[in-house]
Design a protein around this ligand. Sequence first.
Ligand code: ADP
Length: 263
Amino acid sequence: VYMVVIVKLGGSVITNKNKFTTANKKVIVRLAGDLSKIKTPMIIVHGAGSYGHFPVKKFGIRDGFHNEKQRLGFAKTHLYCKDLNQLVCGALLAKGIPAVGIPPFSTVKQENGRISYFNTQIVKDALHEGLVPVMFGDPTLDSVKHGLPCSGDKVISFLAKVFEPTMIVFGTDVDGIYTSDPKTNKNARLIPLVTHSNLNAVLSSLEEAKTHDVTGGMKGKILELLDESKKCPLIIVNALKPGRLQKAVEGKETISTTFKLNN
Ligand code: ADP
C-alpha cells in the first residue's frame, strides 16, 4: 500500500470537447493551483478530451489502424495527446508540483482493447522519488488491432489494482452522477451517495445515457471503475467549480457523488 490518491482530470474539464485540440487553459491553471495545496502523494490521470476524440474520429482509428493513412493518424493522435499532457504538466510545474508526464504509449500495451501489459514500475519509482506521475488518455499499441485508444479511465482502473489508492477522485464537468444525463434532462437529480442498496438503480440510470464519447462516457467510466470502488471510495466531483476537487481529495465534504461499496 502506497497511501496514494488517484486524481482524474476529465477531458471535459481541461479541454473544450467540441473543438479540435482546444485546451481550457484557465481551468488547467486554476486546478494546478488547487492541486498544489494537497499534501498526500498523488497520481494524476487526465483525459484526452478534444485532443483524443477528434483525431480518433478524423483518422478513423477507433477500431485500430489497418492502412498507411490510419497508421500516420495514429501517430499524430499520440502527438496531440502528448501536447495536452505538456500543457497540463507545464501548469502543474508552474505551481511547484514536480509533475512528470508518463505516456501510456510508452508503458502500456493492449490486447483487443484490454490492457495486457503495463510498466507500473516506472510509476512506482517516480512516486518513490517524490515525483507526481501524470498519465493520460493516449493511443497505445494493441496486439490484435495494431493500435487503439486507451482512455484515462482504463489507465486508472489498472493503476488502482496495483497501487490500492486510499481514494479515487474523479473531476468531471457535472456535479456527480445523476438519475439521468443532466445535460439533456433538466429533471435529472444528483445522487450524492451510492451504496450497495442503490447501486443497481444507479447503474440502470446510466444505461439510458447516450454519449458521443469514443471511450464510453459516464457509463463506461463507472463500469470501468466499479471493481475498484469496492476497495476504496470513488468520488465524482465537478472540477469546473473552484475548490470542489481539492476538498474531495482532502477528504472534506463537498457536492459530489461518493461510491461507498468498500465494506
Ligand atoms: P470526462 O471527459 O470528464 O471524463 P465524459 O464527458 O466522458 O467525462 O462524461 C461526463 C458526461 O457524462 C457528463 O458531462 C454528462 O453529460 C454525461 N452523463 C451521462 N449520463 C450521466 C449521468 N447519469 N450522470 C452524470 N453525467 C452523465
